[in-house]
Each structure stands twice: as structure tokens, then as C-alpha cells.
Design a protein around this ligand. Structure first.
Ligand code: RIB
Length: 343
């Protein structure tokens, strides 16, 4: 027989058990240094005895100012987003805000559900790394009273703040580095291209090839997602095409795809990296340096992206009258390691 769930003890129960007024319990909870220590001790004892838990969201709702930020990331399995979330949470904590995080998992329905949940829970604002263009969603939510800041993608500053990295510059940087290593038959491995991050990196890569004034070529090997498995399958496809058809370098749309390529080349086949095929990724996740061959990558300041997004959101929440929307774009950075440079 399952015991019936007891009603949650209320603040009235605490006041009654401690023999004090509701106001005294509220003061103990919110301004304990204004209450005599013996009263604080008596109320605390009653709270612990009853197992009372304050209803913080109701309190913040009543105060009309939530100190909670909703964060929606595209893929929590990708260390880039874990790092972004860490930066976001550190910035929120510094301003005495808390963060509730959801993972859209690249699923539009899940992304929409989290946006609705955070709006219904009356969070103070939302930071989102979106799957697709969310400009209209940002406008609609703001009109209903929830501020939204977009991270890892740009939106027009007329409708909201966005914090991203110049992915075209990053794509160009990756190709310029491979060209400097003498590579000329290059493949861009990544997809889907309707991910703006991927398409901009590919555009930057194409521009670098065009401007290089060399006979270098760039082929696109599409992947269904940006995962290690997708990279491994693309690597198997490259190996199976026969050595005469191999590219001499691959630029992976992110580090997870690059790790999959390294696994296919070095665990499953005897491709020498970088001698036969150089590999460069994108993000510079912590694992990149520890990969079987230290992975060259285009670094994104993930934690800084998350922290800046939260700071812009809090500025908008706390100073709506003076807040100015900004489109902040950070520059990527080349980190050259053994997967592109022969020692
Ligand atoms: O999730 C897709 C990719 O876009 C991540 O690896 C990161 O590069 C982000 O910008």
C-alpha cells in the first residue's frame, strides 16, 4: 500500500509550530539578521521538523521580478554547449540569478516546449542557442513580457541581443591553415547546411579557396548531424573511396565530427594523420587537445559566449529603459596541433 502523499507544510504551519507570526517567519527566511537569534533558531527548528520548502517561484512571481534565467542549448552532448552553459551559469550566479537549463537536442518541438515552459514559469528571461531562425519568436515572447537573448547565432539588433562568433572568418581560417601546410585537395565534412553555423563555416571555406589563387579544390561531404558517429561514417566513406580519391585534408564543421574522422582514419584504417590526410575541427573543445592525434581546431570562446549572453539578458531585465540591443560577434582563433602539422 503506497502511503498517501502528505500536503506540503505551509508557512502557516511553521508559524504555528514556532509560535510566531507569519511576518516573523518571512523575516527569518528573507532577512534573518533583522530577527533575534533565538527566534531564528526556533523558526529554523520548526522548518526542519516540518520539512517546509519555501515556494521561491511564487515569491518571485508576487514580487514581479524573477531571478531565474531559462537556458536552452542545442545539444548538451556536445562539450561546446556544456562549456557555454558553464559560462552562462557563472555569470548568472555572480548577479545572484539562477539558471534552469533545457536541451533541445536539435528537435524543433522540444525547443518550442522549453520556450513555452520557461514563459509559463515566468522566468525573468531566456538565453537560447536556437536550431533555426527564432527572430519572430523573440519578438512574440518579448511582446508577452519575456526577454530573449540568442547565442551562437545572429539576430538583427533591432529585435534583440545576439552573441555569436564570426563563423565565416572561422571557415576561412581553417582553410588558410590547411593551404599553408601545402594541402590542396580539401573536403569540408559537416551538415546539415540549414544549420547557420555550418553554412557560414562552409561559405568561409569556399571564399578562402577562391581567394587563395591556388589550384586547391574543396569538396563537401554532407553529414546528417554534427556528431562523432556522423564523422566516423564520413571517414569510412572517404577511406572506402580508395587512396587515389582521398582528400589530403578535411575541415570538419565541429570537433565531434573531427574526432569521428580521426577514429575512422586511425583506428579502422591505416590512414596517417596529417601526412596522408590532415584534420582540422571547430570549437576547440577540451577533448581536442587530448585526441589520439592532438586536434587542430578553430576555437570559439564558448564560456564567454554564455556569460555575455546572460549579462546582456540581465541588463535588459533590470534596466529595460536604458538597455540597448546589441549584436555581439566574437572572433574565432586558430589552434594548430599535430593533426595538421607534421612535427
Ligand atoms: O552544435 C553545432 C555547432 O554549432 C557546435 O559544435 C558549435 O560549433 C556551434 O557553434
Amino acid at each position: 500500500m503506497v502511503a498517501p502523499i502528505k500536503a506540503r507544510p505551509s508557512i502557516q504551519d511553521v508559524a504555528r509550530l514556532a509560535g510566531v507570526s507569519l511576518g516573523t517567519v518571512s523575516n527569518v527566511l528573507n532577512n534573518p539578521d533583522r530577527v533575534k537569534p533565538e527566534t531564528v533558531a526556533r523558526v529554523t527548528k520548526a522548518i526542519n521538523q516540518l520539512g517546509f520548502v519555501r515556494n521561491e517561484s511564487a515569491r518571485q512571481l508576487k514580487a514581479g521580478k524573477s531571478r531565474t534565467v531559462g537556458l536552452i542549448v542545442l545539444d548538451i552532448a556536445n562539450p561546446f554547449f556544456s562549456e557555454l552553459a558553464r559560462g552562462a551559469e557563472d555569470a548568472a550566479t555572480n548577479e545572484r540569478y539562477s539558471v534552469i537549463m533545457g536541451n533541445s537536442g536539435e528537435d524543433l518541438e522540444r525547443e518550442s516546449s522549453y520556450l513555452s515552459l520557461f514563459e509559463e514559469q515566468r522566468v525573468g528571461g531566456v538565453v537560447i542557442s536556437p536550431i533555426d531562425d527564432v527572430s519572430q519568436t523573440v519578438v512574440a515572447m518579448r511582446n508577452r513580457g519575456t526577454q530573449v537573448v540568442v547565442v551562437d547565432r545572429q539576430v538583427d539588433a533591432k529585435i534583440g541581443c545576439s552573441i555569436s562568433v564570426d563563423d565565416m572568418a572561422g571557415g576561412r581560417m581553417a582553410i588558410d591553415h590547411l593551404l599553408e601546410q601545402g594541402k590542396r585537395k580539401i573536403a569540408f565534412v559537416g551538415g546539415p547546411l540549414d544549420f547557420e553555423q555550418v553554412s557560414l563555416r562552409f561559405e568561409g571555406a569556399k571564399a578562402a579557396i577562391k581567394d587563395s589563387k591556388t589550384k586547391a579544390t574543396l569538396k563537401h561531404i554532407k553529414t546528417p548531424s554534427l556528431t562523432v558517429l556522423a564523422g566516423r561514417e564520413a571517414g569510412d566513406q572517404i577511406v572506402a573511396s580508395g587512396k587515389a580519391n582521398w582528400p589530403d585534408a578535411v575541415f570538419a564543421a565541429n570537433d565531434l565530427v573531427a574526432v569521428g574522422l580521426l577514429q575512422a582514419f586511425m583506428f579502422k584504417a591505416s590512414v596517417r594523420v596529417p601526412q596522408d590526410i590532415a584534420v582540422i575541427g571547430y570549437d576547440d573543445i577540451a577533448f581536442a587537445e587530448a585526441a589520439i592525434v592532438p586536434l587542430s581546431s578553430i576555437r570559439q570562446p564558448a564560456a564567454l559566449l554564455g556569460a555575455t549572453a546572460v549579462e546582456m539578458l540581465i541588463d535588459e531585465m533590470e534596466s529595460p529603459a536604458t538597455h540597448k540591443h546589441r549584436q555581439i560577434t566574437f572572433q574565432p582563433e586558430l589552434v594548430a596541433r599535430g593533426s595538421t602539422q607534421s612535427s
